[in-house]
Each structure stands twice: as structure tokens, then as C-alpha cells.
Design a binder for this molecule. Structure first.
Ligand code: B3K
Ligand code: ZN
Length: 910
């Protein structure tokens, strides 16, 4: 329901080429936190391909002082926040436009456009922030050459940065310019406005000169606040690795003399790929072993890589319109995933990365696909584009690219990328253009034969369900595998057509040996014998035949997770145990363990005889001995990597389990999973102790996959041992955890030990938390961890919500700072279902208040929080009604941002 005056959704089908082009932009900034003056000189010209129209420039919260055309005055009008020039000269001659505006960066709490963070100026323009800096055609298909002059007080803002190359700098002369200086930057590449950036403040840089394969010299710089320089080594190493990787794997070199990264502690997201001047959340730059965990190190590597890879996939070839966002995001996530895998090296470390990525996809994206915000990888409409920077655009988009990679092979994909750049370098294009290039470079491939159908991955939302069944003919030694696909309706899409789904399949014997078999092609001709085959499912139902199958097989389906689908096969428990113990495909081996655990958990959740008592505890034994034994064998396995073991031994999350249920009682899900964890802790007590003793590293800290894996496993073991001590009353392990916490030589071990104490609810936790806080008082990112740990801790009887309210009163809490707000509020509402969903609705009331409070400060952050109740319709009573009421209370507010309004309106829609 739209109220009068409210914005209307933008539709993909309404796309029109711009009526005007902007060829050059010359910006002069007089930077002042309270009132910054922006002089914008543009050369614009009519787009001859489009009927003549007025020039309509986007603007938002700007104060307009002057508009001039070709050096003289002009008439103009305002239409809402847009500046409209109706009387520009006719004809194709370029027009010189001069617009003078002011804005107030210090008041900019939305952190979009130009803002101030700890006394330093930063910008964020994607998607539509440039219009908050000056009037412009703020759309990605308008690409211009930029010249930028920054002028500011030299003592306060000694470093002045913008995109491209520094061409001039010095002190400003003349009256009123005492103590002021300037810097002039020219970007040698045309770019859309969303890639504009400036930074001005007191910063220091780590610098590195590199020489490319082609022998060209480049300067890499990582800018941070003074004092943080020693935390930039890993980011710089990651940047160097990224430059080398893109050149080696895709032949894509760095196209700038200078490439800069700047870190800020006030940022709405992870980082931003502005041309030559990436701006990062400090969380994805700063690390040393005392303050950052292994996970932080890995995230820095992948985010630095991601932003760097955008330089080609996003910046050199950009999006025609924001509906094409996955063109750059899906492809760049695919590239950063491949980068991390290539750097990880061993097959086992690659599998660990793949499992981690799939786990996010299945937990978060599948839930998005099943909820009110479900949208295709290329959406059809949006009210606020910032709401569409989603796991569907990013992670599912990356899976779509990965399927193309699977269908055409690694070489074929590289050829496709080369053709994509040959055709579209310097252009703003669509997802269709990308898919076409990959297909055209691979004539005869399954992709090019079925391209139109394949592209349904871009247009249809929802997670396809694939049901598999098999039949074995012992006499003929053939095995027939039948696959059926379906996809549930999503908002606006009641019916779906079949997708093209690549399914990698291997056949094992009952005792887990690989069978080398022959897949029969459509004509019934046997392909060469193989231990694994790629099936391409393109019809609603399709059967595939294998010959030469000596023994009744246990199928290993969707190996490596070759498609973003939910696969269903009615495995016997024995078959799952075989796959867990033997499958040569590491992904499916992990998956078999997850399915076993899921069966046990869902069985208990759905069994009315399993009683959850008033303390949220379950007395019965839920853990079958066979499962415990299988987990013990994984834990004690002589050759599996520690990182992999940790993944197998982690039970499916509460959110993932909830998605498998029709109706969710979140407290019951929580109780069952906690009980299972507690019982796994007890059943394997001696094994956990063995794992802890045998995987501790004494050598120098290195965040590589092998040693990180060992720390992850010892952390898990310590956690399980403390959990078990809670049951037995034993004091030894909590004591060791406390000692490990105090003695730790790195943040990973220290935080794991602290987390073991906090999450097992041990009395020593309070002392440890106080020490931790004292130790890291001045370290904002570490304090974020401290807050997040407490807000995300295991709830036992409802103690977390009051603790969260207390945390918000802590002098270090700051609602305006997105990292801090996320560390407390999101960790509770989005990350702690067992604490958030309370029968007394206290969690939902808290959510409602915080969404409204944040919306007045920063709508983007508020809208993310608003999504915590996306899945309310699935909840059992009394949660369902209470959640609905809380959402309705938000929706009833007349002054909501588009961001929050879109989320709550969709949530309440039928
Ligand atoms: N492109 C940015 C995200 C911008 C988000 C705007 N709300 C970071 C990235 O994906 O690399
Ligand atoms: Zn990106």
C-alpha cells in the first residue's frame, strides 16, 4: 500500500537509455565538515539515439546555490529533489554546465554520500550516493572522465585523495586560504558516478611498489589512522596476491599507476570498489595476531580480493542498470571464492572453503528464497536498491556463474571471460551480455545449446528442489537415476519453468569403494568409463542410465554442490554412514554427516514424546550411539585435516534446521540442538580431550589454512569440554580454558577460550570478560567481538535479552557506529534465534524499537535489521502473532525510510 507522496518501485522493464550523456566532470571541493562547497563543471550532450528531453539531474539533501549554462545564467526548476533544465540549447553540441551546491558531511549519519568519520572525510556512492554530493545523472550507464580538486585545511586534513592519478598539489595562496592546501586528481578511466570517491584526513600509509608481469610499475598503498600501520601487513599481502592472481588466472592486469585502500571505522558494509581508491570497513583491513582471529584474516584476504577483482568485473565493465547488479557482484564473488581456493592450495583446504561458502548459501540464501524478500538474481522491481545487495544477488549469483564454469570447464570459462572483455570493455552491460559471451566462446557446450533455458537462473526466484531416486538392474549391470525438479512459488512468480541443473554424480559400492561406470548419452551410447559424471538435468523429470555398474550402488549426488538446489534422496542410515566414512568427494562426505545430524535433530523436534522442561532442557538421550561413533571416527581420523573435522563435527545451525520444518517452535529447535551438542560433548569427552591435547600449536602464529584449522578444532574441543564440565560439575576444563584465555599468544586462541567459558555459562566467564575488556579497551574491532560474544551467547532461561539491554547502556556502546550496532543488536536479533524468539515477545519489542531508532539515523542499517523477522509466517504460536504485531507496529509509522518500508511491507504481504 503506497501512501501519497511515497516513492514508487522502479521496474526493470521501464529501462530507457539516458537522454543526455556526461562526458567530463570537473569537481572542486572546499572541504569543511559543517558546510562543504562543491563546484561541479560538466560537459553534457544530448544522446542522439533518444528523442529530445529536458536534462533531469538527481540530487538528494543538497543546497543549491547556482546553476550556469555555457557561462551564463539559465532557468531551471526543481521536481521533488531533482534539478530540471528544460531550456538547454538544441542540437548535438556539448553544453558546459556549472552547478554550485553545499552539503553538511558532519550531519550525514546515513553514511551515504560525503560524511565524516573520526574527523576524516569519506564518501560512499554506490548505489545512489553521488546525488548526495552534487546534481548528476546518477545511474551506472552514464560514464564520464573525472577531474577532482580537493581543498582543505592542511593541519586537519593533510592527506587528500581521490580516484586516479595525483597531477598537482600544494599550498593555496590568497586571502582566506591561510593554512589551506589542495590536491588535484585525474582518473584516466571513464567511470559511472557510483565509483567516485574522495578521502581527506590524517592518515598514514603502508606502501609497496610492484612490477606486473608485463613489466609495468605500480604503487600500492593502504591508508589507516596513525597507530594502525602495524595492522596493515596482511591487507597489503592480500592485495599483492590479488594483483598477481588476476593476472595469472584471467590475464587481467592492474590498469592504474596507483591503487589505494583506505580504512574507516564508520561504514555501512564491508568495503567499496571505487576506481583506484577502495574504501574499506576497518574490520576488513586491520589485523595483527593479538587482535584478529583466523576468520578475520581469511575475510580480509577475500574482501581485499573481491574489491580488487571488481576493478575489471564491475569497473571496466559495469552494469547498465541496478537490476543487473549480479553481473558484477555474482561474478566477483565467484572470482574471490576461486582466489581464496587457489591460495588455500590443498584439495582439502579447497573443500573447506567450498563447504563454508555453501553453508552460507544454504542457511541464508535458501531462507531468503523461501521468504517475503525472495527475488531473482536479476530482480524485476525494487523500491530501494540498497535492499537488493543480498545473498541472492551475491552468493546465488556466484553459484550461477559457477554453474557456467562447470558446464564449459575451466578453460572454456577463461575463453568466455576473454570474449566478454573483448566485446564489452568500457561499457555498461547486462547479465544477458555476460551469459552470451561465455556461451559464444564455447559453441557446442551444454551452456550454449541451452542458453535461453539456463538464463532462467537469472529470471526465476526460489530454490529448486531436486528429488532423486535410483533403480539397479543386477542382471544388466545398469543403474537408472531419475531426477525430478520443482520450485515453489515466490512473490509474483506462481509458476516456474524447469531450470538447467548440472548434477555431478559418483557411484560407490555399499562398502564405499568408487565404481568406475559409463554414463549413456541421449542416444544410448556409453561414454568413457569414469568414477564421476556430470549430468545435466533440464526437464521436469529425466532419467540417466549408467552401464557397467558391477554392484548395487550408493549414489553420491550433487558432488561439490554443482548447483544451488536442495537435493532429496531417501538414503538409508547405512548409506549415509558409508558416504561419511568413504566418499572421495569431500563435500558430500561432509554433507552425509550433516544429513545424519539433521535427521536426528528433526526426529527429536517432531517427536511429541521428547519433552522440553521449564529450563529449556531435555532429559532423554537424543544421540544414537552409531552417530556418536561415526563422529568419533572423524575426530580421530588419522589423515583428515583439522579444519575439515571441525566442519563435520559442527551440527547444522538452528536457522538451517528451522528451514527444514513447516512450522517452527524456535525454543524447541534451540533446546534440541543444544541437547545434542551437550550429549555429543559428553559422549566424546575423552576424544575432545585428545583433540585438544594433540592439535595445539606451539610455533609462531601463522593464519594459513592448516594452522587455522588446528586452532578451530582445539577451540571446538575446548568448548565441548567446558559444556561437558557444566553437566559433570568438573572444574578442570573450565580452569584450563581460563588459563588458555590468559596465556594465549593470539586472538583466535584467546577468543575461543573466552567463548568456551561464556557459552558454557561458567562463572569464570565474567572475570574473563572483564579482563578481556580491560586488555583491549582502545581496540574498537576487538570490543565489537566482546559485545557480539555476549549478545550472541547461548541462552539458558532468557538471560540474554536483559544482558543485551545492559550492553546498550555500556559507555562503549554507540548506536551510530554500524559495526558496534551490529555487534550487539544484530548478534542478538539475527544471530541468536534461541534468545531472540521469546514466548513473552520481549525480543520482538526490542527489535521493533531498534529498527525505528536506527531508521532515523541510518536507513540502510535499519533495513538489514528489519529482515530479522522475514520468516515470521513459519513460526508457531505464540511467536507468530507476536512477530506479526511487531512488524505491523513498524509498518504503521508514517515516516519510515523507503528501505525499511519495503522490507516490512513485503513481510506483511499475503
Ligand atoms: N559494491 C559494494 C557494495 C555497495 C553496497 C551499497 N549499498 C561492495 C562490494 O560488493 O564489493
Ligand atoms: Zn562486490
Amino acid at each position: 500500500m503506497l501512501r501519497e507522496g511515497q516513492a514508487k518501485p522502479t521496474q526493470r522493464a521501464d529501462y530507457q537509455a539516458p537522454a543526455w550523456w556526461i562526458d567530463t566532470v570537473d569537481l572542486t571541493f572546499d572541504l569543511d565538515p559543517a558546510k562543504t562547497r562543491v563546484l561541479n563543471r560538466m560537459r553534457v550532450r544530448r544522446n542522439p539515439g533518444v528523442p529530445a528531453q529536458a536534462l533531469r539531474l538527481d540530487g538528494d539533501e543538497l543546497n543549491l546555490a547556482r546553476v550556469m549554462v555555457n557561462g551564463g545564467g539559465t532557468s531551471f526548476k526543481m521536481d521533488g529533489s531533482a534539478l530540471v533544465l528544460e531550456n538547454l540549447p538544441a542540437g548535438e553540441e556539448p553544453v558546459e554546465l556549472e552547478i554550485f551546491t553545499t552539503c553538511s558531511p558532519v550531519k550525514n549519519t546515513k553514511l551515504m554520500g560525503l560524511y565524516v568519520s573520526e574527523g576524516t572525510f569519506f564518501t560512499q556512492c554506490e548505489a545512489e550516493g553521488f546525488r548526495r554530493i552534487t546534481y548528476f545523472l546518477d545511474r551506472p550507464d552514464v560514464m564520464a572522465m573525472y577531474t577532482v580538486t580537493l581543498r582543505a585545511d592542511k593541519a586537519q586534513f593533510p592527506v587528500l585523495l581521490s580516484n586516479g592519478n595525483l597531477v598537482d598539489s600544494g599550498d593555496l595562496a590568497g586571502a582566506g586560504n591561510e593554512g589551506r592546501h589542495f590536491a588535484k586528481w585525474v582518473d584516466p578511466h571513464r567511470k559511472p558516478s557510483y565509483l567516485f570517491a574522495l578521502v581527506a584526513g590524517q592518515l598514514v600509509a603502508r606502501e609497496q611498489r610492484i612490477t606486473s608481469r608485463a613489466g609495468k610499475e605500480h604503487l600500492l598503498q593502504v591508508f589507516v589512522r596513525p597507530g594502525d600501520l602495524e595492522k596493515t601487513e596482511h591487507a597489503m599481502n592480500s592485495l599483492m596476491a590479488s594483483v598477481a592472481w588476476d593476472e595469472a588466472r584471467f590475464g587481467l592486469p592492474l590498469d592504474l599507476d596507483r591503487f589505494m585502500i583506505v580504512a574507516t571505522s564508520d561504514f555501512n558494509m564491508g568495503a567499496m570498489e571505487n576506481k583506484g581508491l577502495n574504501i574499506f570497513n576497518t574490520k576488513y583491513v586491520l589485523a595483527n595476531q593479538a587482535t584478529a582471529t583466523d576468520v578475520d584474516y581469511a575475510n580480509i584476504e577475500s574482501v581485499v580480493g573481491h574489491e580488487y577483482f571488481h576493478n575489471w568485473t564491475g569497473n571496466r565493465i559495469t552494469c547498465r542498470d541496478w537490476f543487473q547488479l549480479s553481473l558484477k557482484e555474482g561474478l566477483t564473488v565467484f572470482r574471490d571464492q576461486e582466489f581464496s581456493m587457489d591460495l588455500a592450495g590443498t584439495p582439502s583446504a579447497r573443500a573447506v572453503k567450498r563447504i563454508e561458502d555453501v553453508r552460507v548459501l544454504r542457511t541464508v540464501q535458501f531462507a531468503e528464497d523461501a521468504g517475503p524478500m525472495a527475488h531473482p538474481v536479476r530482480p524485476d522491481s525494487y523500491l530501494e536498491i540498497n535492499n537488493f545487495y543480498t545473498v541472492t544477488i551475491y552468493e546465488k549469483g556466484a553459484e550461477v556463474v559457477r554453474m557456467m564454469h562447470t558446464l564449459v570447464g575451466r578453460e572454456g570459462f577463461a575463453k568466455g571471460m576473454a570474449l566478454y572483455f573483448e566485446r564489452h570493455d568500457g561499457q555498461a552491460v547486462t547479465c544477458d551480455d555476460f551469459a552470451q559471451a561465455i556461451a559464444d566462446a564455447n559453441p557446442g557446450s551444454e551452456l550454449s545449446q541451452r542458453l535461453e533455458q539456463f538464463k532462467r537462473w537469472y529470471s526465476q526466484a526460489g530454490t529448486p528442489q531436486v528429488a532423486a531416486s535410483g533403480s539397479y538392474d543386477a542382471a544388466a549391470q545398469t543403474y537408472t537415476l531419475t531426477l525430478r525438479q520443482s520450485c515453489a512459488p515466490t512473490p509474483g512468480q506462481p509458476e516456474k519453468l524447469p531450470f538447467v541443473i548440472p548434477v555431478e554424480v559418483g557411484l560407490l559400492t555399499e562398502d564405499g569403494q568408487a565404481q568406475t561406470v559409463q554414463l549413456l548419452d541421449a542416444a544410448g551410447v556409453a561414454r568413457s568409463p569414469a568414477a564421476s559424471s556430470l549430468l545435466v538435468l533440464s526437464e521436469a523429470e529425466q532419467s540417466f542410465q549408467f552401464s557397467n555398474v558391477a554392484l548395487e550402488p550408493v549414489p553420491s549426488l550433487l558432488r561439490g554442490f554443482t548447483a544451488p538446489v536442495a537435493l532429496h534422496y531417501d538414503y538409508s542410515e547405512d548409506a549415509l554412514l558409508t558416504l561419511l566414512a568413504q566418499d572421495s568427494d569431500a563435500f558430500n562426505r561432509w554433507e552425509a554427516g550433516q544429513q545424519l545430524a539433521q535427521r536426528i535433530a528433526l526426529g527429536a523436534i517432531n517427536n511429541p514424546a521428547v519433552i522440553v522442561d521449564a529450563n529449556g532442557e531435555i532429559a532423554e538421550n537424543l544421540l544414537p550411539e552409531r552417530f556418536a561413533q561415526a563422529m568419533r571416527e572423524v575426530l580421530r581420523h588419522p589423515t583428515l585435516d583439522a579444519a575439515y573435522k571441525e566442519l563435520v563435527l559442527t551440527l547444522p545451525s538452528e536457522s538451517y534446521l528451522s528451514e527444514q520444518l513447516e512450522v517452527v517452535d524456535p525454543q524447541r529447535v534451540h533446546a534440541v540442538r543444544e541437547t545434542l551438542r551437550q550429549q555429543l560433548a559428553a559422549a566424546l569427552q575423552g576424544d575432545w580431550a585428545w583433540a585438544w591435547e594433540n592439535h595445539r600449536d606451539s610455533g609462531a602464529y601463522r593464519p594459513d589454512p592448516v594452522s587455522s584449522g588446528r586452532r578451530a578444532l582445539t577451540g571446538m574441543a575446548l568448548h565441548m569440554l567446558c559444556l561437558d564440565a557444566r553437566r559433570s560439575g568438573d572444574a578442570v576444563w573450565p580452569g584450563r580454558a581460563y588459563q588458555a584465555f590468559k596465556d594465549a599468544g593470539n586472538m583466535t586462541d584467546r577468543f575461543n577460550a573466552l567463548s568456551a567459558l561464556v557459552n558454557s555459562g561458567h562463572p569464570l566467564a565474567n572475570d574473563a570478560l572483564a579482563r578481556f575488556h580491560a586488555l583491549f579497551k582502545g581496540e574498537a574491532l576487538v570490543l565489537d567481538k566482546w559485545f557480539a560474544l555476549q549478545a550472541g551467547a547461548t541462552d539458558r532461561g532468557g538471560q540474554i535479552l536483559p544482558a543485551v539491554k545492559q550492553l546498550m547502556l555500556h559507555p562503549d556502546f554507540q548506536l551510530q557506529n554500524p559495526n558496534r550496532a551490529r555487534s550487539v543488536i544484530f548478534s542478538f536479533c539475527n544471530g541468536n534465534p534461541g534468545a531472540f524468539h521469546r514466548a513473552d515477545a520481549g525480543g520482538y519489542r526490542f527489535w521493533c524499537e531498534r529498527v525505528l531508532e536506527l531508521d532515523a539515523i541510518n536507513p540502510q542499517v535499519a533495513a538489514r535489521l528489519a529482515r530479522a523477522l522475514d520468516r515470521w509466517k513459519k513460526l508457531a504460536e505464540p511467536y507468530r502473532s507476536a512477530a506479526r504485531e511487531a512488524i505491523a507496529r513498524v509498518a504503521a509509522r508514517p515516516d519510515l525510510s523507503n528501505d525499511v518500508r519495503e522490507v516490512v511491507t513485503r513481510a506483511l504481504a499475503d
